[in-house]
Design a binder for this molecule. Structure first.
Ligand SMILES: NC(=O)c1ccc[n+]([C@@H]2O[C@H](COP(=O)([O-])OP(=O)(O)OC[C@H]3O[C@@H](n4cnc5c(N)ncnc54)[C@H](O)[C@@H]3O)[C@@H](O)[C@H]2O)c1
Length: 255
């Protein structure tokens, strides 16, 4: 156990899988007290069990980030349980790929409700509690698709571009009041969110065989490699960083 964020109270959305789970574990390894939340309450509970089994402090809650009242209640629970709020990781997301002229209303609404409104609701709910303790750190998980797009990802890319601009807006509005807000833009990381997109590109095995063609490092990222950067942004080590858009992408956007 380290102490890079000792005592900080953290909320992670989408903590039941992939990047969110790795982030909850990593924050707790460095002394954070973590409320792990996910649409799937069982997987959120598994994550908090993982943390506790390793000697960390965590609890879990089922939360749909597209429901503003559920997001308010999530933040209220963190403050009630741990006494304050220091870090919010807006990580929950969906990626439903498709050819744009065939995309349904439901897919558009779901994508924007989770990926965009969910992050807005999270910031709105967290900020008063961060102001109350003199500051905090918000990390929005965007994507390389907030900067560049890829085939079949027009709607997802629109949502992740919005996440980048939400980050800059929050950073500006609260820069003098101690709240930092940064975006993390992962490249292709090995998690289930990509499976539907991989199918459209010829299957996951094919994507990984040819990953060199779009991700110069030549392999998918691991969730922990993203979590390490989130931890850095959550910590006071990044006290001069706000409004930054941090690519963690094996060189993808360098091309
Ligand atoms: N894996 C990648 O290659 C990659 C790349 C760039 C960005 N991202 C982003 O990283 C974030 C995490 O994705 P991941 O790769 O860990 O995928 P994942 O599928 O492993 O995890 C996503 C989690 O979000 C949860 N979720 C979905 N809808 C939700 C909702 N309405 N409320 C609460 N939780 C909800 C899911 O239940 C799941 O546990 C997402 O925002 C995603 O867009 C992932």
């Amino acid at each position: 156990m380290g102490d890079r964020i000792a005592g900080k109270v953290c909320v992670v959305t989408g903590a039941g899988s992939g990047i969110g789970r790795a982030t909850a574990v990593r924050l707790a390894e460095e002394g954070g007290r973590v409320l792990c939340t996910d649409l799937n309450g069982d997987t959120a509970a598994e994550t908090s069990e993982l943390v506790r089994a390793a000697g960390g402090v965590a609890s879990a809650r089922a939360v749909d980030v597209s429901d503003p009242r559920a997001v308010d209640a999530m933040i209220a629970e963190a403050v009630e349980r741990y006494g304050r709020l220091d870090v919010l990781v807006n990580n929950a997301g969906v990626n439903i790929p498709g050819v744009l002229h065939e995309v349904t209303d439901e897919v558009i609404d779901r994508t924007l409700a989770v990926n965009v409104k969910g992050q807005i609701y999270g910031c709105r709910a967290a900020i008063p509690h961060m102001l109350a303790v003199g500051g905090g750190s918000i990390i929005n998980i965007s994507s390389v698709n907030g900067i560049v797009s890829e085939p079949y990802l027009a709607v997802y890319s629109a949502s992740k571009g919005a996440s980048v601009m939400l980050t800059k807006g929050v950073a500006l509005d609260y820069a003098k009041r101690g709240i930092r807000c940064n975006a993390v833009c992962p490249g292709w990381v090995d998690t289930p969110i990509n499976y539907a997109h991989a199918e459209m590109l010829g299957g996951l095995a094919h994507v990984y065989e040819t990953i060199d063609s779009f991700q110069p490092i030549g392999r998918p990222g691991e969730p922990r490699e993203i979590a390490n950067v989130v931890l850095f942004l959550a910590s006071d080590e990044t006290s001069f960083m706000t409004g930054s858009v941090v690519t963690v992408d094996g060189g993808m956007t360098s091309q």
